[in-house]
Write a protein that binds this ligand. Sequence first.
Ligand code: FES
Length: 112
Amino acid sequence: MNATTKNWIPIGSLLDIPRRGARCVKSGDTTIALFRTQDDQVFALEDKCPHKGGPLSNGIVHDGCVTCPLHNWVISLSNGEAQGADSGKTASYPIKMDGDTILIDIVSARSS
Ligand code: FES
């Protein structure tokens, strides 16, 4: 397998995630949060805030970001990076859609 090969795994349905909400799936010891935006885009981040590990899946989804419920850091859904003056990064995972089915590439996680 080379670096550009993707291993797409079906992980659930878009319809299982509320708009502007999240749903979690487990991959080994890692919890992955799938976020659905108001306009039905889906993003996957490790469910762990880069600040102190807060559960991002319980945060508010807005403007392509999620606000952590613990101390209100704002994390980009597309790359997991903390926004504004904060710094740090949560692992993000490539996602693609096949109809309403969400496919994830867990192997190609982009972490800090
Ligand atoms: S743990 Fe997320 S902002 Fe502090």
